[in-house]
Design a protein around this ligand. Sequence first.
Ligand code: BDR
Ligand code: CA
Length: 304
Amino acid sequence: MQMLLDCDPGIDDALAILTLLREPVDVIGMSAVVGNVPVETGFRNLRDLAAFAGRADIPVFRGAELPLVRDYTFDPTVHGVDGLGGARIPASPSPRQEEHAATAIARILRASKEPVTWVATGPLTNVALALRLDPSLVDKVSRLVVMGGSTLRGNVTPAAEFNVYVDAEAWQSVLSSGIRPVMVGLNVTHMVGMTEEDFAVAEGIKTPVGQVARAMLAFYREVHEQGGWGEPKLHDVVAVLGAISPELLETRPAHVAVETGSALTYGMTVVDEREAPERCNCDVAVGVDAAAMRARMLKALQSG
Ligand code: BDR
Ligand code: CA
């Protein structure tokens, strides 16, 4: 399987990346977008994580600095000022790529000889830009799996999930591109939280990757405790593993629309499962094998 990953690392993005890079997947490029942290910070984290996992060979690109239409305000509460909860990772020795993520993604997709699985675990700004640059890229993508939205409640606001809230116009643009995303929203990612047993397993992982993961998880756990949010949620890990192993997710066809006009519900994903099949524009995750996902992530962290 060939895969492109667009992300905003971010603690759960970082856990997803470290997991992905231990899976038998041909990762043909990774890109950073504004979101959990400013894009320059996310780009640095992404480059460093790739090198740390022994994959400095994967091309890594810096993408959008701002959402398509709205302004961006950085809030370090959930992932810390550096995006990784203070976990220390050596700087990548590989040269910095200067090509913008949107053009790089378009170039890589065009050149690909086989359909590519595209995963996005941050706001959809880079994805939207690439599809606006070249709408024919839709034909090069086997699946676009996105972490974002919700069939139920939001997290940033009662209505909106973070990734959509940062750039709802990008979501709208992607939904109108003709591509049919798999939406992995809070309704399933909230089922996949780190349990006390998982933390005990993580404590025992002595590999360098495991030590970094433990440091990130300790910060993330503290933030969840302070917020009263329950078990630390592995949102982006769910999207990445769901892309690699679709059998771990249960999906249903639905029509998804995104609110961009209302101050109260900006970024809300309005999921209509009543629609006729020909009107559906998304496959929405409604179930997940949470135990398998958590075990797979922990196994990956043990192996590097
Ligand atoms: C999403 O928002 C970010 O904070 C996480 O990295 C995840 O992608 C969850 O709402
Ligand atoms: Ca993310």
